[in-house]
Design a protein around this ligand. Structure first.
Ligand code: HPA
Length: 272
């Protein structure tokens, strides 16, 4: 079966299980999956049940879709995403994004855990992504263009939708959160960056570094979907503080910010 047919088959399977088409997609990053539990009248679909779906392997990531209502809107949330560093081909990494778009979402909120590069950031901060740098050498659109999905050459000038950024900032202010805003730089992982790479990221204009998100954002832009990106700064990137990094601390910090993160996303969805 070709790639487009695989996408269609997954969409059909999920649609058969739903009463309402989701209008908004959410990708939940490391330690941020708790938001999925707030979804009302949830229909939960484990990835392994969906034809053609990859299966997620990382600790701190469950692998399921949750469809239901958040702030009165029908949403579809991915609890667990696929990363390049897990060994998935890039087309698998973005497969769920294509499926969510095929189900009818018009807006996509992508979230992640990230290392802070900007010295004004601290662990626990939430950063609205205003732009990204793709430092991976990968791009999910390499290969024959899927003409039915979008153009060969995709404009990335407003990859992160300005109206959604405005909505997020207003929501943050209303909640009394001091939101940061910045550029996210994608490294393939699975190693954390070296201090020299973090210095490079800083010189190139990055405010945060991470191992996800950019593939999904590229595909959403291919298909003309509005994107909002939110990073949870779980740690200062390597070499900024005199401390080694580890995944447990990353997950601990994202869990610590859970309340702020969840109230922010609920308020944003309320205003979309
Ligand atoms: N680097 C890359 N990815 C990350 C980091 C980091 O410092 N923290 C959480 N995800």
């Amino acid at each position: 079966m070709n790639y487009l047919n695989k996408i269609e088959e997954s969409i059909r399977y999920i649609r058969e299980n739903l009463k309402h088409a989701p209008k908004l997609g959410i990708v939940l990053g490391s330690g941020l999956g708790g938001l999925g539990e707030l979804i009302q009248n949830p229909i939960v679909i484990p990835y392994e049940k969906i034809p053609n779906f990859p299966i997620s392997t990382v600790e701190g990531h469950e692998g399921r879709l949750i469809v239901g209502e958040l702030s009165g809107k029908t949403v579809i949330a991915m609890q667990g995403r696929f990363h390049l560093y897990e060994g998935y081909p890039i087309k698998d990494v973005i497969f769920p994004t294509r499926v969510m778009i095929g189900l009818g979402i018009e807006n996509l909120i992508v979230t992640n855990a990230a290392g802070g590069v900007n010295m004004e950031f601290k662990p626990g901060d939430l950063m609205i992504i205003k732009d990204h740098i793709n430092y991976s050498g990968e791009n999910p659109l390499i290969g024959p263009n899927l003409d039915s999905k979008g153009p060969r050459f995709v404009d990335m000038t407003n990859a992160y939708n300005k109206d959604l950024i405005k909505i997020a900032k207003t929501a943050g202010a209303k909640l009394g959160l001091e939101l940061k805003e910045g550029v996210y730089m994608w490294f393939s992982g699975p190693t954390y960056e070296t201090p020299a790479e973090v210095k490079l990221a800083s010189i190139l204009g990055a405010d945060a570094v991470g191992m996800s998100t950019v593939p999904e954002v590229i595909v959403a832009n291919h298909e003309g979907i509005n994107v909002l990106g939110i990073s949870c700064i779980t740690n200062m990137a390597a070499g900024i503080l005199d401390e080694p990094l580890n995944h447990d601390d990353v997950v601990k910090t994202s869990l610590r910010t859970r309340e702020d993160f969840e109230s922010l996303v609920l308020e944003i969805i309320n205003s979309i």
